[in-house]
Design a protein around this ligand. Structure first.
Ligand SMILES: [Zn+2]
Length: 106
């Protein structure tokens, strides 16, 4: 498998700039604010393609959960989100994720 390092991707109505970050090995995303446009950051420092794909899939999936309003802030701690959906919503999520991930595969 070869991951295509595209420059931007449209998810929902937001265009995300792709940042392939050679300084770290984790993922992050933002829907943007008045200082910075929306981005997806994928850390690629010293990682193999399987792990890079894992990080990419995690961020794309989570963005789609946010777009579909499945992701909620947990009450126990700040970075432990809860994802709530039924199977119909999961099917829509999977379809959107499939469309997104296809942009990164040769
Ligand atoms: Zn996450």
């Amino acid at each position: 498998m070869k991951i295509k390092r595209i420059k931007e991707i449209l998810i929902g109505s937001t265009k995300f700039k792709m940042k392939w970050d050679k300084s770290c090995c984790s993922g992050a995303f933002s829907f943007g604010d008045d200082k910075e446009k929306a981005f997806i950051a994928i850390g690629v420092k010293g990682i193999n393609e399987e792990y890079e794909f894992d990080v990419l899939l995690h961020e794309l999936s989570e963005i789609i959960h946010v777009v579909c309003h499945h992701r909620y802030q947990g009450t126990d701690c700040e970075d432990n989100y809860q994802f709530i959906m039924d199977h119909r919503a999961h099917t829509i999520h999977s379809t959107l994720l499939s469309a997104a991930i296809m942009k990164f595969i040769y």
